[in-house]
Structures are given as C-alpha cells and as structure tokens.
Design a protein around this ligand. Structure first.
Ligand code: T46
Length: 154
C-alpha cells in the first residue's frame, strides 16, 4: 500500500486513544510557496503523543533490512524524508506492507506491532518520532516472545 491517500492532519477531538497493535497513516500539513515546501509536526496535535525522541536512518545500503522487533510501550511515527523504503507491519495476526516515499505522509505504529524495513532507495532518509527515550528493555526482539505478548494483551 502506498501512503498516498489523503489523511488527517489533526486528530479529531474526543478520538479514542489508538488501541495497542494499531497502525494508521498520518498526514502532516504543508505550506508551499515559490521557495519550496514546509512541513511541520507538533506532538499531541498531529500525533497522538508527546515527541520525546527523534532519530533518523541514513547511509542505508539498498539491500539492508532493519527492524525485526516490536515494542512493549513505545509509539512511533515513521517518515521517509527522502527517497523511499518498504515497511512491513504485523500485529500478530495480519501483515501489511507500506511504501513510504512522501515526507508529509508517515505511518503511526502503536505498541505491540512487529516491524521490518527494507527496499531502501539510494540515499533514503528515514525519520522516526518516538513517544519515549531509547530503552532496550522496551524491545521484543524475538518473534515468539512478541506473539506471546500479543496473546496476553488480547
Ligand atoms: C524502529 C525502527 C524503525 C540507540 O542507542 N538509540 C536509539 O534511539 C535507537 C533507535 C537505537 N539505538 C541503538 C540500539 C542499537 O545498538 O542503535 C543500534 C541500532 O538499533 P536497531 O537495531 O534497533 O535499529 P533499527 O533500525 O533496526 O530499528 C530502529 C528502532 O530501534 C526501532 O524502534 O522501530 O528503527
């Protein structure tokens, strides 16, 4: 699936907090003029969390595979700031693939979602906005441990 569908730039008021294991496209605003495009993001406005960490992947070899884990609590939104890559997300029952290639359109990934990233284009830059600081203890890096956690949460 391409993240090219129009989405929302703001969460409607009163919207329920996303359930664990949920995934959804996020569309950010853009202000365009002859000087170029400007996109901005504010925590708790365009995303359903406070942004407590930003990291980015770059100089990624085109045959690289990243991810291969899920998080206990962390929520994230993943963007392709430049170039493109595929992200495969798995809630323990269903796997979906997204091609990220538009810096305005990201993918929100709640806790308890397994993710893998590959098919990086030359020069791709992936930016991730995260709800928590880095904590290795928050990772499920073993797929069976992840499935067990999903079944315990449901
Ligand atoms: C995710 C995908 C999209 C840190 O020290 N601080 C950090 O904030 C991060 C993200 C990583 N690290 C260390 C941990 C490892 O020693 O950097 C090393 C590589 O991390 P990892 O193998 O987890 O990188 P990816 O690209 O496979 O996964 C990352 C995130 O970890 C993950 O949450 O969703 O990007």
């Amino acid at each position: 699936m391409l993240l090219d569908d129009p989405g929302r730039s703001d969460l409607p008021s009163g919207q329920e907090f996303p359930r664990p294991g949920s995934i959804r496209p996020i569309e950010l605003p853009v202000i365009s003029d002859p000087r170029g495009d400007l996109t901005f993001v504010e925590g708790n406005r365009h995303l359903p969390f406070d942004i407590r960490r930003v990291y980015y992947l770059y100089n990624v070899p085109v045959d690289s595979t990243r991810g291969g884990h899920a998080h206990r609590e962390l929520e994230q939104v993943v963007f392709a700031l430049s170039g493109s890559f595929r992200i495969t997300v798995d809630d323990g029952q269903t796997r979906s693939e997204y091609l990220l290639r538009d810096p305005r359109r990201g993918l929100y990934i709640n806790r308890l979602i397994w993710r893998e990233m590959d098919l990086f284009s030359q020069g791709a830059v992936c930016m991730v906005l995260a709800s928590q600081p880095y904590d290795e203890a928050d990772y499920y890096r073993d797929y069976d441990d992840f499935l067990k956690a999903v079944s315990e949460a449901s």
